[in-house]
Design a protein around this ligand. Structure first.
Ligand code: SAH
Ligand code: SF4
Length: 480
C-alpha cells in the first residue's frame, strides 16, 4: 500500500530545518557572509528533479546557492548508478573534494542518490573517502534537514543505506527550480520491471505512484508560477496508478493535467514499450497541450536480445505501435535509448538493431554501451562481449544514426517552427538557443528573452541542431 509520509514526520523535518537555520545564521554572522551550498548532479532527469528538492531544503535552512563547489559550505554530490562510467565520475569528483576539506574543515561533504543506495558503494565511501560527512540513499532525500542537524550537532559521520522497501512518498518537500519556465514533475518513483541489465529497481525501490490530487496540485502551482513546459517523470510512466487506482492510469492523468488553464506544453518520460498503449497515443493526439514527442526506448532490434533483457515486447509489436503513433500524430518527434554489447549479442543481433534504426528512423537516439552492474542477472551471464567489439559496434551505430538524424533535420530547412527560448546558446553566445514543442534543439539569431516563444525560420540543419533566424510576422508556422 502506497502511503504519504505523515504530516507529523514532515513537521519534524521542518523543525530540524529551523534548528539548522539558526545554526547557519549564527555561523554566517561569525563569517560575515551567508553560508552557501552547491549540489552537483549526475544522471537522469529524476536525479535533476531530486537535486532541485535538495536545493529547496538547503535554501529553506538558510543556505544560499552557489554554482562553484570551491565556494561552498555544503556540497552534495547526487549520484547515478546506471553505468560504471557515471559512478567513476561521481567518485572522482568526490575525490577532488579532499583538498577543499583540508582548506576548510567546517565544509560538509555529502554523497547521495542511486550510487550510494548500493551497499558496496556506501562502504567504499565510508572507508576510502574519510572526509565525506554524510551519505544517504534516494529514499532518505526528504530527511536532509534531520541528517544535517545530526551531523552539525554531533559531528559524527552519518551513513544511511536504503532499505529498498521504503514504499512511502514525501509530499510538500521544498523545491528550488533551476529554471523558471521549464519544470520536472515526478508522477511516480521506482521501477518493477527488472530489465536484466538495469540497477534502477535495486536503487530506487519498488514502483509507487503519487496520488493524482497531489500531482494536479503541483501542476496547477507550476502553471500559476509561469512554467511553460512541464515534463512528467517516471521510470515507466505507463504504469502510473497501478496498485493505487482501478480505472485511472497515465492517459487519464495526462488529460487531467492538459485540462488545467494556461499556455503550457506537457511532455513525459519514460514510456516502456510493453506498457505504451494505443489509448496513450489517442490521448496524446487529442490533448492540445501534450507535445508531439515520444521517447520510447527500444534497446535492441533483436527479439532474442529483448527476451534476455526481460523487456516483454518484440520489434514487430514495437513497430506497430510506432506506425499507429505516426498516423495519429503526423509531426511526431521520436527518440529512443539503444544499447549495444548486451551479453550474448551476436553480429546478427547487432545488425537487427541497425536494421531497426534504418526502418524506424528516430529523430535522435541516446546510445549506450552495455555496462556490467553488480547484482543484476546480466552481469552473471557468461557470454559477455569484449570491450573492443562493444566499442566498434557503438561507433557503427552512431555513424548510422547520426546520418539518419541529419537527414531528418534537413527536412526542416525552409520551415518555420515555434521555439521556447532558453537564452544565449552555450556553444555560441552570439546566438540564442531553444527547443520546439517536439523537443528539437534550435539555435537562432534575432531577439527573444529566455522563457519566451519565438517563431524561427530554419535556414540550416546540422546533425543535432536546427539553425535559423526569428521569422517575420506572417511567416507560416509549421508548429513542430
Ligand atoms: N526507465 C527507463 C530507463 C532508465 S535508464 C526505460 O526503461 O526506458 C536509461 C537508459 O540507460 C536505459 O534505457 C538503457 O538504455 C540505459 N542503461 C540502463 N542500464 C544500463 C547498463 N547496465 N548498461 C548500459 N546502459 C544501460
Ligand atoms: Fe531499468 Fe527497465 Fe526499469 Fe527502465 S524499465 S528503469 S531500464 S529496469
Amino acid at each position: 500500500m502506497i502511503q504519504r509520509i505523515s504530516e507529523k514526520e514532515l513537521e519534524a523535518q521542518r523543525e530540524y530545518a529551523e534548528k539548522v537555520k539558526t545554526a547557519v545564521s549564527a555561523a554566517g554572522s561569525e563569517k560575515g557572509r551567508a553560508l552557501r551550498f552547491c549540489v552537483v548532479t549526475y544522471g537522469c532527469q529524476q536525479n535533476e528533479a531530486d537535486s532541485e528538492r535538495l536545493a529547496g531544503m538547503l535554501y529553506s535552512m538558510g543556505y544560499e546557492k552557489t554554482e562553484t563547489d570551491a565556494d561552498a559550505d555544503v556540497i552534495l554530490v547526487n549520484t547515478c548508478a546506471v553505468r560504471e562510467h557515471a559512478e567513476k565520475r561521481a567518485l572522482s569528483v568526490t575525490g577532488q573534494y579532499k583538498h577543499l576539506k583540508e582548506k576548510n574543515p567546517d565544509l560538509i561533504i555529502g554523497v547521495c542518490g542511486c550510487m550510494v543506495s548500493q551497499e558496496h558503494r556506501l562502504d567504499d565511501i565510508k572507508h576510502r573517502y574519510p572526509y565525506v560527512d554524510i551519505v544517504f540513499g534516494t529514499s532518505y532525500l526528504w530527511r536532509l534537514p534531520e541528517i544535517l542537524y545530526r551531523r552539525l550537532s554531533r559531528r559524527k559521520r552519518l551513513f544511511l543505506l536504503d532499505t529498498g522497501d521504503d514504499g512511502n512518498i514525501a509530499e510538500d518537500v521544498p523545491v528550488l527550480r533551476e529554471c523558471g519556465y521549464r519544470a520536472w514533475l515526478s508522477v511516480m518513483y521506482g521501477c518493477n520491471n527488472f530489465c536484466t541489465y538495469c540497477v534502477v529497481p535495486h536503487v530506487r525501490g519498488r514502483e509507487r505512484s503519487r496520488y493524482r490530487e497531489d500531482i494536479l496540485k503541483e501542476a496547477r502551482a507550476l502553471v500559476a508560477d509561469g512554467v511553460k513546459d512541464i515534463t512528467l517523470l517516471g521510470q515507466n510512466v505507463n504504469s502510473y496508478g497501478r496498485g493505487l487506482y482501478e480505472d485511472y492510469g497515465f492517459p487519464e492523468l495526462l488529460s487531467d493535467i492538459n485540462a488545467i488553464d494556461g499556455d503550457f506544453t506537457l511532455r513525459f518520460m519514460t514510456s516502456h514499450p510493453k506498457d505504451a498503449t494505443r489509448k496513450l497515443i489517442d490521448t496524446m493526439a487529442s490533448c492540445e497541450k501534450v507535445a508531439p514527442q515520444l521517447h520510447l526506448p527500444l534497446q535492441s532490434g533483436s527479439d532474442g536480445v529483448l527476451r534476455r533483457m526481460n523487456r516483454h515486447y518484440t520489434l514487430d509489436s514495437y513497430k506497430r505501435l510506432i506506425d499507429y503513433a505516426r498516423e495519429k500524430i503526423p509531426d511526431l518527434t521520436l527518440t529512443s535509448d539503444i544499447m549495444v554489447g548486451f551479453p550474448g549479442e551476436t553480429e546478427e543481433d547487432f545488425e537487427a538493431t541497425l536494421g531497426a534504426l534504418r526502418d524506424i528512423r528516430y529523430d535522435m537516439v541516446y546510445s549506450f554501451i552495455y555496462s556490467r552492474r553488480k547484482n543484476t542477472p546480466a552481469a552473471e551471464y557468461e557470454d559477455q562481449i569484449p570491450e573492443q567489439i562493444k566499442h566498434e559496434r557503438f561507433e557503427r551505430m552512431l555513424q548510422l544514426q547520426n546520418g539518419i538524424g541529419f537527414e531528418i533535420n534537413r527536412g526542416y530547412v525552409g520551415k518555420t517552427v515555434r521555439v521556447l527560448c532558453d537564452g544565449e546558446s552555450k556553444n555560441d553566445p552570439s546566438t540564442l538557443s531553444g527547443r520546439t514543442a517536439g523537443g528539437k534543439n534550435v539555435c537562432f539569431t534575432g531577439t527573444c528573452a529566455a522563457g519566451e516563444y519565438a517563431d524561427v525560420k530554419i535556414t540550416e540543419a546540422r546533425p543535432f541542431v536546427l539553425c535559423g533566424e526569428t521569422a517575420e510576422k506572417g511567416d507560416k508556422n509549421d508548429d513542430i
